[in-house]
Design a protein around this ligand. Sequence first.
Ligand SMILES: [Zn+2]
Length: 277
Amino acid sequence: MRLIRVAAAGLLLVSASVFAAEAAAPYTLLKGEWEQGGLLIGKAAPGSKLSFEGQTLKLSDDGRFVIGLDRDAKPEVELRITPPGGVAIVETHDVAKREWDVQALTGIEPKFVDPPAKVQKRIAAEQVIIKRARTRDTAIDDFATPFIWPAKGRISGVFGSQRVLNGKPKSPHYGVDVAVPVGTPLVAAAGGIVSLAEPDLYFTGGTVFIDHGHGLQSVMVHMSRLDVKVGDRIEQGQQVGLSGATGRVTGPHLHWGLYWFEQKVDAQKHTGPMPAN
Ligand SMILES: [Zn+2]
């Protein structure tokens, strides 16, 4: 990491080495790593102004904030912090590159590998709904609580893997798959507000998004039943619905993912090991 302290006018005041020796860190990193798919939770002095790659970050009343690093995050990113009454500090962070698995799947119905022209309009309409949900920036701070697994089971698919469907490379896998039978209760990984609840999206079938605040959302798909609706406030551990095998699937499972706005982050890394039972 390199640090540069600048005045409001952009004047360089001190060299990085002088600065490092003389000033306290402008924030504390509470969780996460600067790596592809990483989710960082930090705490700055309340009233600080933060921006990440030019995007203004919300701060909770006690100074907590969240940053997501996409699966394909670039090698270097910039965080700018202005403590209350202070000058801006610009941090440049290296983002560690990760290696991703390549997974070949066969036997997918052709309509899901290459959606027919007549469903393109439906898919486009669904993308609009999804994007609207994903760009929310809500002032609740559930994002900062430790997440729990929405269902327990064998992990059958990991974040970041590239799928080759019937021999055709597709977009990477942005969630973690948990092998659970149809009808398994799914619970909220953390508290939040339901931002999307759709029983039948083309690719993802029964789909629920939970907004945990500051751009962090969890996504559950392929559900067979939804027990929530958009706008519901739900608490950690509360049942959201039942798992299923709806949408583009080869069998029943929960696909669960985390998004920070439109950045895809690694839900498994953020949540930690799957509990034994
Ligand atoms: Zn999946």
